[in-house]
Design a protein around this ligand. Structure first.
Ligand code: SAM
Ligand code: SF4
Length: 330
């Protein structure tokens, strides 16, 4: 039982992208002028819920709603309410850039969302504008406050540090996060952008970050961390919080990968980096039964490769051919 692949990896984690659209244009994620999927290509909320019920019966336990920017999709709290009660789902979260959280945090909490990850790479207005190509830092900070106020906690803050761009903000981000009670997660820059600008030299590695942090705030591995989670969790030895590292380039976690991704246009993807995927929307709309959908899901899991991220450093760049990050769902 369950979604087990040829390498014995059990898949219990599903990331659902609800849109490819976004109110930011982060340079490492999407082009300046993206071409969006037409609305009619997107899965409807009822279709998403139908698929999640099916996945949950196959052992999916963790659910994350993402995008693009999920909060630009109309009535997102409605979808949250539909997914909340699905049997078997134990962990239910949302990844957002936070801009619209000020408006929606209360509704999301009322709809049954447990917690949020908010992406924030810098606390400097000018840098924020340069990295995201929009001037919305104050909205993100207001969104974070709202998330804390409405109990969408623990609030985790995702940051990507880029060499020569915002790497010097590590200490400021750590200090600020500890003061506000956010759990910071530092993600290594991955080659999922669209303009081919990724270079290994631009990745700030997790081991370097841990060394720098330890100089000011001693940290140690958190014994309660989940060994299957992509983020390794550490804790500050002074007892003031935790911090996570996603060393996706320097220490890829492919061998314990438990994730599947459903894109907003209804494609199931087995891995960020290889293009093994399968259309679930067309059969769903053509009235396929559960058995047919399950056959497709199992076949995709079967075809999943050993590890798309394993060769990145040697090959210097292995961006998937077909989609950038905002189209897959981060
Ligand atoms: N718009 C939402 C947000 O920004 O949180 C959700 C989607 S975004 C694609 C999800 C996460 O992917 C963000 O934390 C973002 O920083 C991260 N991300 C995007 N492109 C990336 C890249 N090339 N390398 C590492 N992380 C990336
Ligand atoms: Fe939008 Fe998130 Fe991509 Fe930034 S990282 S462009 S906020 S989808």
């Amino acid at each position: 039982m369950g979604l087990v692949d040829r390498f014995g990896r059990v898949h219990d984690d599903l990331r659902i992208s609800v849109t490819d659209r976004c109110n930011l244009r982060c340079s490492y994620c999407m082009p300046v002028e993206p071409v969006w999927y037409p609305h009619e290509h997107l899965l409807h909320y009822e279709e998403i819920a139908q698929l999640v019920r099916l996945f949950a019966r196959q052992g999916i336990r963790k659910l994350r709603v993402t995008g693009g920017e999920p909060l630009v999709r109309r009535d997102l709290p409605l979808l949250i309410g539909m997914l909340r009660g699905i049997d078997g789902i134990e962990d239910f979260s949302l990844t957002t850039n936070g801009i619209l959280l000020g408006r929606f945090a209360a509704d999301l909490a009322a709809a049954g969302l447990s917690r949020v990850n908010v992406s924030l790479d810098t606390l400097d207005h000018e840098r924020f504008r340069r990295i995201t190509r929009r001037d919305r830092l104050d909205d993100v900070l207001a969104g974070l406050d709202a998330a804390v106020r409405f109990g969408l906690s623990p609030v985790k803050v995702n940051a990507v540090l880029l060499r020569g761009e915002n790497e010097d903000e590590l200490e400021t981000l750590v200090e600020h996060s500890r003061e506000r009670g956010w759990e910071l997660r530092l993600i290594e820059y991955m080659p999922l952008e669209n303009d081919g600008s990724w270079r290994p030299e631009r990745v700030v590695r997790g081991d370097e970050l841990r060394r720098r942090i330890s100089r000011r705030w001693p940290i140690e591995p958190d014994p309660d961390g989940d060994p299957h989670a992509p983020a390794t969790r550490w804790r500050f030895t002074d007892g003031r919080g935790r911090i996570g590292f996603i060393d996706s380039i320097s220490d890829p976690f492919c061998s314990s990968c438990s994730r599947l991704r459903l894109t907003c246009d209804g494609i199931l993807r087995a891995c960020l980096y290889d293009d093994v995927e399968c259309d679930l929307k067309t059969p769903l709309r053509n009235g396929a039964g559960e058995e047919e959908l399950l056959r497709r899901i199992r076949d995709t899991v079967e075809r999943k490769g050993q590890g798309g991220a394993l060769q990145i450093l040697e090959q210097r760049h292995v961006r998937p051919q077909s989609r950038t990050m905002h189209q897959i769902g981060g």
